[in-house]
Design a binder for this molecule. Sequence first.
Ligand code: BGC
Length: 408
Amino acid sequence: MFKFPPHFLWGASISSYQTEGDNLYSDWWEWEKKKDLISSGRATEHYRLYKKDFYLAKELNLSALRLSIEWSRIQPKKNFFSKEEIKHYLEVIKTLRSLGIIPVVTLHHFTNPIWFAKEGGWLNPKTADYFLLYAQKIVEEFSRFIEYWITINEPLVYLTYGYLLGVWPPGEKSFFKAKKVLNNLIKAHLKIYDFVHRFYKKNHLPEPKISIAQNMLKFFICKDNFKNRLAYYLRDKFFNFYLLDKLTSLGVLDFIGINYYTRQLIDIEGFSLKDLFFSTCNKGHDSLIKSSLGWEIYPEGLYDLLLKLKRYNLSIIILENGIATSNDNLRWEYIKEHLKSIYLAMEKGAKVEGYFYWSLIDNFEWDKGFEPRFGLIEVNYSDFSRKIRDSALNFSQICKTGVLNEEQ
Ligand code: BGC
């Protein structure tokens, strides 16, 4: 029997752009058109149906929900903050509170307003100040209801896809630009961290808890040789620990927020940056079961990473962990095995305080469209009806009791 502590946060995550629909002022909206991708269109209509989704979350006994605010809705134009949209999100947050669900709010989840992108986006030296202005507005309006803030979702994933591989907006492939963006993302986090803490103090609000959502991969060497060991060292250091080391050394993380999905196998040909940082091995290692996106299921990786995170001596929240699959039994296996890994890591001293499944509902998986099904709740895209999956019912029992039984 695995018994989790009483105040453990049992949650699920969503993001605005992936669920709301009709985010017309976002750079992703333009990107879909420009690249002729599947359009996010009405997405899951969560903007209209959020109450329904939150009632379902309540039915599933979730004690917390992670969501994001769409910057391009709040600030569709440069010097304009939309009162209507602020009111909308206030209602969203209040609905969660009225259901006794703790909101965890992400300020940036991969998308930007078009006006911001046109001014150079995260490359613009003024970027951190622009982002701060938006964040300040949100914090001023929402602080009474929010304790947990995530400044930026997966900064390094955003940077990799948008500025190194060029597959997400703005489609850049430049190491030098990526480096600038990285500095600006860090700067933005620092400014917001400082502002939020000062604001809460000044207004006698309970201490806020601020972090980023750091994506983590368990890296693996397929063939033991110098090249592969070097690639392992660089990837683990950069993709997993660079930001956490940097931000904790500056004292600007109140907890460690991580997203974990899978492992990555390394077997590289040469010493180019592409080889060292991105090439993967796909031969002779297909013994693990994969998600519908081809991601291997490897719960032991989460255990290993959680033990490594002990070095920061901060509490840890798993802000995303999930599987895209049409096989709901596999989803339940995935959840169960990852929860076991978490529990075992906690027994070894990892201070994990919460687990958020990605995602509460099926949604728009960026350039992959609507095919990948991550949801605890199924969305029927022809009429936007929702249906709770069996895996969710199993998960809801754990959320209710805090107990995972061996035989479950
Ligand atoms: C992102 C989500 C995404 C999920 C599954 C995470 O990297 O935060 O937006 O849907 O992974 O790919």
